[in-house]
Design a protein around this ligand. Structure first.
Ligand SMILES: Nc1ncnc2c1ncn2[C@@H]1O[C@H](COP(=O)(O)OP(=O)(O)OP(=O)(O)O)[C@@H](O)[C@H]1O
Ligand SMILES: [Mg+2]
Length: 250
């Protein structure tokens, strides 16, 4: 019975240490992502949220610790340490980066196509494109528009859509609400929720907007100075102690 719970963990971060040369940023991170859930990683500026996602996506090699990926029953668990970004994508883990990082001078449709570079993604290109257009009809309307001329909200939808084009089972989303008006943030959060509910994705999302994130998250962690200082499950994310922990260094 104990193993049933363990089986639901698709991404398991264990005692992860990382930094940039001599600058140490992450100090022993432990975190679990469960299948079909949204887990939010909270923390104010500069606490290491993006650094952790970069480690998971193969863009930064950790100094120590492990990241175990186990996607489904009967599938072998593997370590993501030492894997290159494209190998991580091929394993079904995709990053929607902070600041969206779109190709501004390419059209919306071309940006989506750029997301489908791995072999499994190319094979499922049509299905995934239909999924993206079903989820974000506005992207179909904007198909031929240059990305840099799209609104901030549309660009965030496009970044999520491009992530979906890589055929992921786990999506890492770095601060999707940044720079967006509150009403657009609600729309982006609703889209992230649909990615879980309609497409069964497991999602690890960093956010500073706790109020908005708490509406869709199943679990939350707070990171301060490269350490997890508290965690809470859905329903407890707006409790005073948890909210306070996000703003207090220990
Ligand atoms: N390439 C780099 N070289 C050196 N230091 C870096 C590099 N990237 C990030 N840092 C430092 O690592 C620390 C953590 O940064 P990180 O981007 O992970 O924080 P964050 O929690 O994502 O912040 P934000 O909410 O502002 O995006 C910061 O002090 C930052 O200056
Ligand atoms: Mg960041």
């Amino acid at each position: 019975m104990a193993n049933e719970d363990e089986d639901n963990i698709v991404l398991n971060v264990k005692e992860l240490y990382a930094g940039y040369g001599r600058i140490k940023i992450l100090h022993g991170i432990n975190l679990e992502l469960r299948k079909g859930t949204i887990t939010v990683l909270l923390g104010t500026n500069g606490n290491g949220k993006s650094t952790l996602l970069k480690c998971l996506a193969g863009m930064l090699r950790p100094d120590a610790g492990n990241v175990i990926l186990k996607l489904g029953e009967g599938e072998k668990s593997i370590s993501l340490i030492g894997k290159k970004p494209f190998e991580v994508v091929e394993k079904g883990v995709s990053l929607v980066p902070e600041g969206r990082r779109l190709f501004g001078n390419l059209s919306c449709g071309e940006n989506l196509a750029m997301g489908a570079f791995s072999a499994p993604a190319r094979k499922n290109l049509k299905t995934n494109l239909n999924r993206v257009y079903e989820l974000f009809p506005i992207l179909k309307e904007r198909k031929n528009q240059l990305a840099y001329t799209m609104s901030g909200g549309e660009q965030q939808m496009l970044a999520l859509g491009r992530g979906l084009m890589s055929n992921p089972r786990i999506l890492l989303i770095d601060e999707p609400s940044i720079g967006l008006a509150p009403v657009i943030v609600s729309r982006v959060m609703a889209a992230v929720k649909e990615l879980r509910d309609k497409f069964g994705l497991s999602i690890l999302m960093t956010e500073q907007n706790l109020l908005q994130a708490s509406k869709i998250a199943d679990k939350g962690y707070v990171m301060i100075h490269g350490k997890i200082v508290s965690e809470a499950v859905s329903g407890k994310l707006m409790d005073a102690d948890f909210v306070r922990s996000q703003y207090l260094s220990k």
